[in-house]
Design a binder for this molecule. Structure first.
Ligand code: SF4
Length: 473
């Protein structure tokens, strides 16, 4: 399952506002402003929302003061994420006073969690729309224009937005996310996702392949197949009735072109099968990188988390990955201080981290979320200072593992996809290797462009970057 309490959040993108139509010649009558929080899935959904609104004649703006509709696509994973949104809403209150026809809407997980309560709690909100109800946005906007508060938080067993071509917001034109499934059927006890995103459903394989092919035809060189639990992808096309598994899907996308890199996110360790691993090993363009969230190294705690694997089983999975793909990068999610966690449990987490030698991890201390199984069943009984101290030990260990992992690459040569100019210097390119490590290197004679593959020899490393030089194209 997708690892919600610790789901991969790109902190640099929280609250990002998008507007892809910078040079759009169309004059729009109304404009929308959308700000996104949370995981990549939410950012991807904002692209679907943009597409739906654009079809209705709305243009995007990066300036909320110009907008007729302000939308916040929200996350419920931690209290802090919700507080940020509430604070943001109070900032928009002033605007609404100046411009009473302005509509303010809340989308995403927080909308789903709080439903109509949102309208009572946050008086200025006009629209509350859950993740499965974005198609109804135009109708809801019409209702809100008429002065009604509009709410649709129905979860669906079918909605995958398969036929909607997302508008690539804030894209570098080289890498893109492609949604392949939605929802989650695992019931990790700490996680809010089964309640905010509903049951698992897989998107039509034909529409996925078409979207990936279109991206490649438009110059994109990397797709990340996205879902809350990608390994449980399973779709039966009506045409031939032959089920398509995640391993099959990976292969089909990899076959579009050897020049199109394929990544995926996120996996549940229990679902990543040998079939998937062998398919990855078979295709050079399927990246050698797996995010394999551990959460805890204690079998007892894992059981309480309802993760459905033991410490030993997880370690055997790491062995299996390394056996089939010795060069595969592995990263993780770790939670410190889950309910009842003892010092021994915590030590076991550190042991498994040492064993797996993660390249990087997303690390958090446990924060109870209303409505989750853990909140209903267990007491959040670890004092905050203990949680923080354990988290610090986890972070310190991961820093050491990352330094070691990046140092190990010194002297190696990697095929790197150039994504753009390095943030640190206009004279350097930034790209990633197959293992998802950032590589920075001198542009040299400038004959390369973003989207090109180059071979880079690593000369130096930091905790999160490899520094090198181009050795051949
Ligand atoms: S709560 Fe929603 S937005 Fe936040 S990480 Fe989970 S699925 Fe993503």
């Amino acid at each position: 399952m997708f690892d919600t309490a610790t789901k991969v959040h790109d902190e640099t993108r929280q609250g990002e506002a998008f507007a892809p139509f910078v040079n759009d010649p169309i004059e729009y009558k109304r404009h929308f402003y959308i700000e996104s929080y949370g995981c990549q899935m939410n950012f991807s959904d904002s692209e679907i929302v943009a597409s739906i609104l654009n079809e209705e004649g709305f243009g995007a703006t990066r300036n909320f003061e110009q907008a007729d509709i302000i939308l916040l696509n929200t996350c419920s994973i931690r209290e802090k994420a919700e507080q940020t949104v509430r604070k943001r809403l109070t900032e928009f209150r002033k605007l609404k006073k100046q411009n009473p026809s302005l509509l303010v809407g809340v989308l995403g997980c927080m909308a789903e969690r709080l439903k109509a309560k949102f309208l009572e709690e946050e008086k200025l909100v006009d629209l509350v729309v859950g993740p499965d109800a974005y198609r109804t946005l135009p109708k809801l906007i019409t209702e809100a224009d008429g002065g009604q508060k509009a709410v649709n938080v129905l979860l669906s067993r079918e909605e995958t937005y398969a036929d909607i071509s997302p508008i690539r917001l804030n894209s570098n034109g080289i890498t893109a996310f492609v949604s392949i499934m939605r929802g989650c059927n695992n019931m990790c006890s700490f996680c809010v996702v089964p309640f905010t995103r509903g049951r698992e459903r897989s998107r039509d394989v034909v529409s996925i392949i078409k979207e990936c092919q279109d991206l490649f035809d438009n110059g994109y060189k990397e797709v990340t197949l996205l879902g809350q639990n990608v390994d449980s992808y399973y779709f039966t096309p009506e045409a031939d009735g032959k089920p398509v598994t995640f391993a099959n899907l990976l292969e089909m996308v990899a076959q579009i072109s050897p020049l199109l890199r394929v990544r995926f996110s996120t996996s549940h360790p229990k679902d990543i099968t040998d079939d998937v691993l062998y398919t990855m090993a078979k295709y050079e363009n399927i990246c050698r990188y797996i995010h394999l969230p551990l959460q805890s190294g204690s079998t007892r705690v894992l059981q309480m988390m309802n993760r459905t694997y033991t410490k030993e089983w997880y370690m055997a999975k790491v062995d299996r990955i390394r056996e089939i793909m010795p060069d595969c990068g592995i990263s993780s999610d770790v939670i410190a201080g889950f309910c009842t966690e003892t010092e021994e449990d915590h030590q076991e987490t550190l042991q498994v981290m040492e064993y797996a030698k993660y390249d990087m991890s997303y690390m958090f201390f446990y924060s109870e979320r209303p409505g989750t199984l853990a909140q209903r069943r267990y007491e959040d009984d670890i004092p905050e200072e203990v949680k923080k101290r354990r988290l610090q030990e986890i972070v310190t260990l991961q820093n050491k593992l990352s330094v070691d992992s990046y140092k190990n690459d010194i002297g190696s040569t990697f095929k790197v996809l150039i994504e753009g100019t390095s943030k640190r210097s206009d004279n350097d390119w930034m790209g990633r290797n197959s293992q998802n490590k950032v590589v920075v290197f001198s542009k040299g004679d400038n004959s390369y462009q973003p989207g090109d593959y180059v071979w880079v020899k690593v000369n130096e490393s930091t905790q999160a970057t490899l520094l090198g030089e181009i050795v051949k194209a």
